[in-house]
Design a protein around this ligand. Structure first.
Ligand code: ADP
Ligand code: MG
Length: 405
């Protein structure tokens, strides 16, 4: 897919850690350690460390080249420096993963943090406190940017999940220091851009999930690129409604019906097929043990809601995936938390395929992890919103701000 160095430069025309000498330099590394936490008795621990593991190639590279690492990330949505949103549990997990010492700073910026950044030796690591503890972070405040810039000699952005945000630690500071990408950011952007630039055909796009509004732009983009778009999840009900199919109590946002109507019209005029489910699984109540029916078609009776694609649809779509050369998947095709069958069939079809298989979206990635199939795909994106914005053709501020290659 990304065969040569020239290919990769075309897909990612920015400098990376390979292009700078990091030896004995302090590298301020923006990572996406926005991980789910859970309580274990009195302590808070990391529930899923996949985002931390995704940053390890860059961290290891910098460590072995004797850089000092100052790592910065946001965690959750703090309002007022909530202690339960401290980065400390993340630092502890990171220390386990790298089997080494990781120091945790008490603040994001300031004299003490600056002094600590100068004390870290080659290959050592300091994790700053949750950058959203600073109100200037999301405002991209110039004063915060200047204080951040004092913590490093080189800025490395490896946080794909926040690359669509122009914040102080993702965009602002990149203008103050030599600024390069880490391996995760480079790979994410290159793989996703390759879907837009040179997909091998047949190109199958599978969309599901609940947030229809967020995915309109992506559908529009893929209508010009893909051979077929398969639409499952709660998303399909807006499209079925346009076709006059009853949707019962299924999750349906009225505003999405007009979007769906326009997309179906665009689809009629494009060479891309839009496929909707042919059968559905419905339930009366969204809870374990509620009554469940497998419909032969997609007409949802009043009082029932569609919660998964039916068996026939799942097999038909698995077949489309098996014949594809490129597949992009975003959004579970059903409420996989309770009704995993359809989403599992799709995930297995992607895992078995020899095609270039790319998945994006927080819940899609979670489903793949749950089925133990994530490693069987070409690429599972760590960024939900960022991957959608990139695929809509929008520029990502966190990438644009890096030094050109
Ligand atoms: P992602 O995070 O992968 O981008 P979304 O956040 O858009 O995906 O959607 C994921 C959610 O969609 C899941 O929690 C799932 O339960 C829900 N979902 C999928 N199908 C349906 C459906 N038919 N009805 C209601 N919710 C659904
Ligand atoms: Mg989601």
């Amino acid at each position: 897919m990304i065969a040569t160095a020239a290919d990769s430069r075309r897909l990612f025309p920015k400098k990376t850690v390979r292009d700078v000498d990091v030896t004995d330099k302090r590298c301020l590394v923006r990572v996406d350690f926005n991980v789910p936490l859970e309580r274990d008795g009195a302590t808070i621990v990391v529930e899923d460390d996949s985002r931390i593991r995704a940053a390890l190639p860059t961290i290891d590279y910098l460590k072995t080249r004797n850089a000092g690492l100052v790592l910065v990330s946001h965690l959750g949505r703090p309002q007022d420096r909530e202690p339960e949103l401290s980065m400390a549990p993340v630092s502890r997990r990171l220390a386990e993963l790298v089997q080494g010492e990781v120091r945790q700073a008490a603040n994001v910026v300031g004299d003490e943090v600056e002094a600590a950044s100068h004390e870290i030796g080659p290959g050592q690591m300091l994790v700053l406190e949750n950058c959203r503890f600073e109100p200037g972070e999301t405002r991209n405040d110039p004063e915060l940017v200047r204080r951040l810039a004092r913590l490093g000699d080189i800025f490395v952005n490896d946080a794909f999940g926040t690359a669509h945000r122009a914040h102080a630690t993702t965009e602002g500071v990149a203008h103050e220091l030599p600024a390069v990408a880490g391996f995760l950011l480079e790979r994410e952007v290159s793989v996703l851009r390759s879907l837009l630039k040179e997909p091998r055909h047949p190109f199958v796009v599978l969309l599901g999930g609940a947030k229809v509004g967020d995915k309109i732009g992506v559908i529009e983009q893929f209508l010009g690129l893909a051979d077929v778009i398969l639409i499952g999840g709660a998303m399909c009900f807006a499209f079925l409604a346009v076709r006059g199919v009853p949707t019962g109590d299924s999750l349906l946002n009225e505003g999405d019906v007009e979007h769906a109507r326009r997309l179906l019209e665009l689809g009629d005029r494009s060479s891309c097929r839009i496929e909707l489910p042919r059968d559905l699984v419905v339930t009366e109540r969204l809870e374990p043990g509620g009554s469940v029916k497998e419909l032969d078609d997609t007409a949802v009776p009043a009082g029932w809601m569609g919660v998964d694609i039916g068996r026939r649809t799942a097999e038909f779509w698995a077949d489309e995936i098996a014949r594809a050369s490129t597949v992009f998947w975003n959004g579970p095709v059903g409420v996989f938390e309770l009704f995993p069958a359809g989403t599992r069939t799709i995930a297995e079809a992607l895992a078995e395929s020899d095609a270039t298989t790319v998945a994006g979206g927080g819940d899609t990635a979670a489903a793949l992890e749950r089925f133990g199939l994530a490693s069987k795909l070409t690429h599972v994106s760590t960024g939900g919103g960022a991957s959608l914005e990139l695929l809509e053709g929008r520029r990502l501020p966190g990438v644009e701000a890096l030094d050109d290659a």
